[in-house]
Design a protein around this ligand. Structure first.
Ligand code: PGA
Length: 259
């Protein structure tokens, strides 16, 4: 199905996880900014660790690169030691936030908590990138589609049509994250179809708007093929986003895939 997401630029996003230091984060951000300038056809975003958001925001000032946080609490403020709100992330320059990354789900974040965080992101004016994905056991037992639909529907629970239009989704099969084992384009296309169908079934026309990214061992050698695949509207990159040359190549692949 061709929807509104197909008319938008591809998004190439880098999730830095718990890596970098202040100096290397700023340096990497500078390299990403110049790569984005060389690829005006692709949207680009980076998700640094919390302590480095302000420094990276400064390094990105005036660039085409969007800044994002790796997660957020569902409340705007309060007695929640160790937590960071979506409002705080927005305050230091974030425009996006990852919600429900599998590494956070594995650490105990429930489907319901992810949904609350998506709402919090929208309340703060951020674009939530709702991450969904099945484990290897779920895929092998034939439960992948059911898991994707459950995570997607609880992550978007209660959203109005105009809110769901502002969400992006990342399909990240857990078995492909950090393993070097990328989903084949066929697997990614089928999962993206499942996700799009659930969005449209639930939200009607608005369900055509979220971009659906693929994530899991994306690298320069497979990025363009994945982004040329039907229904893949960008990539969420972990390991390869920490290497300036690799991430630049993936950004250029994103621009090439739409040319
Ligand atoms: P990876 O991570 O590219 O290192 O597999 C992707 C992610 O976790 O977002």
């Amino acid at each position: 199905m061709r929807g509104a997401a197909d008319g938008r630029p591809l998004l190439v996003a880098g999730n830095w996880k718990m890596f970098t230091r202040a100096a290397t984060a700023a340096e990497l951000a500078g390299a990403v900014a110049s790569a984005a300038d060389a690829a005006p056809g692709a949207d680009v975003a980076v998700f640094p660790p919390f302590p480095y958001l302000s420094g990276v925001a400064a390094a990105l000032r005036g660039s085409r690169v969007a800044l994002g946080a790796q997660c957020c609490h569902d409340r705007a403020e309060g007695a929640h030691t160790g937590e960071v709100s979506a409002e705080m992330a927005a305050d230091v320059g974030c425009r996006m936030v990852l919600c429900g990354h599998s590494e956070r789900r594995q650490a105990g974040e429930s489907d319901e908590a992810v949904g609350l965080r998506v709402r919090a992101a929208l309340r703060a004016g951020l674009v939530p990138v709702l991450c969904v994905g099945e484990t290897l056991a779920e895929r092998e037992s034939g439960a992948a589609d059911r898991v994707l639909e459950r995570q997607l529907l609880s992550g978007t629970h209660g959203l109005a049509a105009d809110e769901v239009r502002r969400v992006d989704v990342a399909y990240e099969p857990v078995w492909a994250i950090g393993t070097g084992r990328t989903a084949t384009p066929e697997t990614a296309v089928a999962a993206h179809r499942t996700i799009r169908a659930a969005l449209v079934r639930t939200f009607g026309d608005a369900g055509a708007f979220p971009r659906i990214l693929y994530g899991g061992s994306v690298k320069p050698s497979n990025a363009e093929e994945l982004m040329r695949s039907e229904g893949v509207q960008g990539v969420l990159v972990g390991g390869a986003s920490l290497d300036a040359a690799s991430f630049r190549a993936i950004i250029l692949a994103g621009a090439a895939a739409r040319s």
